[in-house]
Design a protein around this ligand. Structure first.
Ligand code: ADP
Ligand code: MG
Length: 240
């Protein structure tokens, strides 16, 4: 049985069909990348899985249980956490406090344990030295790592990363990939939306391509990148 699955998930915003009957399955400890042109429905798919949006049609299953209809807090406590395309941090709180909030929210631990977990995960993402800085003073690369630390501090078994490498330079992307591999070694299952193809090929076991809300292709990164339908979807956008 898959750890996480979407079954025929559709989302409509008025007359706009953002997702149409998307099926996917995620295995334990897998790294699955979701790619596709802008507006393909990638963030919408993550929002449905994380409980921020209710699908118009279809279900999400986690550990065999249907979680469709649960809210984001309940889904987070069950073990699914998400980072945001634009990091949603508490700007005036310190870096450590932002991560502690994740631990409090996801695990229902006390403040002392939340602080301990925050320190541990900040070291993991390399933000230990910045722990007392207000989050608003961080660089983009630091914000992305803080968002990741906050998501994993919830105790999540599955972490959804929505363009967590956007705006990073090459060296920072390499650092981010290393963190994802280390997370997987610790037993975390990852799903990532990613535009940086080098990152997808470097870390994903499997890729799903969305185009106009539908699954266009699925497979190993190398095979998917060579798929003429996938190349056309991307070139079509570049030439538009
Ligand atoms: P992606 O992340 O692949 O770029 P999104 O999932 O953000 O795409 O968006 C898919 C489509 O749904 C886009 O056309 C977008 O404008 C639309 N959309 C997303 N969220 C909403 C919303 N809350 N209300 C209306 N339309 C939305
Ligand atoms: Mg998006």
């Amino acid at each position: 049985m898959s750890l996480l699955a979407t079954e025929g998930v559709s989302v409509s915003f008025g007359s706009l069909r953002a997702l149409h009957r998307v099926d996917l399955a995620l295995e334990e400890r897998e790294i699955l990348a979701v790619i596709g042109p802008n507006g393909a429905g990638k963030s919408t798919l993550f929002n449905v899985i994380a409980g921020m949006l209710r699908p118009t049609e279809g279900r999400v299953r986690y550990g065999g249980r249907v979680i469709t209809g649960l809210g984001p807090a309940e889904i987070c406590r069950l073990g699914i956490a998400k980072t945001f395309q634009v990091p949603q941090l508490f700007p005036r709180l310190t870096v450590a406090e932002n991560v502690a909030v994740g631990a409090l929210y996801g695990r229902g631990v006390g403040l002392r344990e939340a602080r301990r977990l925050a320190a541990e995960w900040l070291d993991f993402v390399g933000l230990g030295p910045r722990r007392d800085a207000p989050a608003e003073t961080l660089t983009m690369s630091e914000r992305r790592r803080l968002d990741l630390a906050r998501a994993v501090a919830t105790g999540a078994r599955v972490v959804l990363l929505d363009e967590n490498m956007a705006g990073l330079n090459q060296r920072e992307v390499e650092g981010a990939l290393l963190l994802l591999r280390k997370l997987r070694e610790r037993g975390t299952t990852l799903m990532l939306i990613e535009h940086i193809m080098r990152a997808v090929v470097g870390v994903a076991d499997r890729v799903i391509v969305l185009n106009y809300g539908e699954k266009l292709a699925e497979g190993r990164p190398d095979d998917v990148m060579r798929d003429p339908a996938v190349i056309k979807a991307y070139l079509g956008e570049a030439h538009a």
